[in-house]
Design a protein around this ligand. Structure first.
Ligand SMILES: Cc1ncc(COP(=O)(O)O)c(C=O)c1O
Length: 420
């Protein structure tokens, strides 16, 4: 690896460019040998050889300045991490060139979330967590973290009074973690306002945002004051549904150090091949997101007026309670729509069994459209009461809008709705 000064200089060079240019070029010249290969190589290796015993000992002593073992760093992984730094952290870095922006990639989004918790929470600490979260995140916080002595408290981050109240009630709170937009109901949290309350009431609390649904193209929470961003890179960042991966990005040196330590000792590292695919995917992120968003807007407006649809959740709809906030903190409202069909579980099943073009599958953020039933699939691990409280009803369908011709998607959905 280049020494850290050279690496910082290369990273700083790309900060002058616009988002789409950084998607293509940022990170590409870091950590790669000078073979003049136009596309970066995949370093499919577990370990790296030392020229001498002294060099090995020296690399261990200065871990971050050389490759030792792929769990602790790999040239293919470094490229994608540097690209993500530039996408999530550019504005923070321009405002404060001395601040540290660091990304770590993981073997899955859940690996990233578990690593974040292991890195920053200790027995006796309290984790404040958003009310609606991806099913496994919810399950991990509710059932696994308490085994390690961490108490989790649900907070409605869409209600800032509740945020203030829960922080006051929990002086041992160390982190607040939430999604915006949420999975699956597309609820939004006002990130700058939430950060303001945290800083006023208990500045020690780390603000962590799951930015999976928005991606850095639509929203950059670090520049709104958040401390850590989490991604399931399985979704829009890689974009083609070909890998499982995760990421954490932070602007604090101390958090970076804790994350490095946790990665070394718990090992949720990504494979070089998956990371190479992720890096290729990130190159087209803005093009894909523009199309996901414009098609989702068209479909949401159409579904809102469909006689067999009762309710549509999409922050880009003028009728949505989230519309003003979406306009304020997001470039566009995203590629995810949830809607309630006119009926119950039986009609939802019929709808899903009658789509042909859309794939009936969990996950999201792929170039092609995916549709699923949160109550019996992604959020099945929640108790029926918790699901109902959150608004995840039996007639709720979640749609990840792909980049197909939007008229073809409309026709497929219309056909399946008619079959209900
Ligand atoms: C918002 C959100 N966060 C985290 C995850 C977990 O990511 P992964 O499936 O990559 O472990 C998911 C998965 O669907 C998700 O939708």
């Amino acid at each position: 690896m280049e020494d850290s000064n050279l690496r910082d200089a290369i990273e700083a060079f790309y900060l002058r460019y616009g988002f789409a240019t950084r998607c293509l070029h940022a990170g590409e010249k870091i950590g790669q040998p000078k073979l003049k290969s136009h596309v970066n190589a995949i370093f499919a290796t577990s370990t790296f050889t030392f020229d001498s015993a002294e060099e090995g000992a020296d690399l261990f002593a200065r871990r971050k300045q050389g490759y030792i073992y792929t769990r602790m760093g790999n040239p293919t992984v470094v490229v994608a991490e540097a690209k993500l730094n530039s996408l999530e952290g550019r504005d923070v870095k321009l405002a404060d060139p001395d601040c540290c922006i660091a990304s770590l990639l993981y073997s899955s989004g859940m690996g990233a979330i578990a690593s974040l918790a292991f890195a920053l929470l200790h027995p006796g600490d309290v984790l404040l967590r958003g009310e609606t979260l991806y099913g496994s995140t919810d399950d991990f916080f509710l059932t696994m973290l308490p085994r390690f002595g961490v108490k989790t408290v649900i907070v409605d981050t869409e209600n800032l009074d509740d945020v203030r109240e829960k922080i006051r009630q929990n002086p041992k709170a160390k982190m607040i973690f939430f999604e915006t937009p949420t999975n699956p109901l597309l609820g939004l949290t006002d990130i700058p306002e939430l950060v303001k309350i945290v800083r006023e009431v208990n500045p020690e609390i780390v603000v962590a945002v799951d930015n999976t649904f928005a991606t850095p193209y639509l929203q950059q929470p670090l520049s709104m004051g958040a401390d850590v961003i989490m991604h399931s890179t399985t979704k829009y960042l890689s974009g083609h549904g070909a890998l499982i991966g995760g990421a954490l990005v932070t602007k604090h040196e101390w958090i970076k150090e804790e994350l490095f330590h946790t990665m070394k000792d718990t090992g949720a590292c990504p494979s070089p091949f998956d990371t190479w695919l992720l890096n290729m995917g990130m190159k087209t992120l803005p093009l894909r997101m523009d199309k996901h968003c414009s098609s989702a807007q068209i479909l949401a407006e159409w579904l809102e007026n469909h006689p067999r649809v009762k309710k549509v959740y999409y922050p880009g709809l003028k009728s949505s309670p989230e519309y003003a906030l979406a306009k304020k903190q997001m470039r566009a409202a995203g590629g995810m729509i949830s809607f309630e069909i006119d009926g119950g579980y039986e009609q939802a099943t019929k709808f899903l069994n009658n789509v042909h073009l859309l794939s009936l599958a969990v996950s999201l953020g792929c170039v092609d459209s995916l549709v699923q039933h949160p109550a019996s699939m992604t959020h099945a691990s929640m108790s029926p009461e918790a699901r109902l409280h959150a608004g995840i009803t039996d007639n709720l369908i979640r749609l990840s809008v792909g980049i197909e011709e939007v008229e073809d998607l409309k026709a497929d959905i219309d056909h399946a709705l008619a079959k209900m």
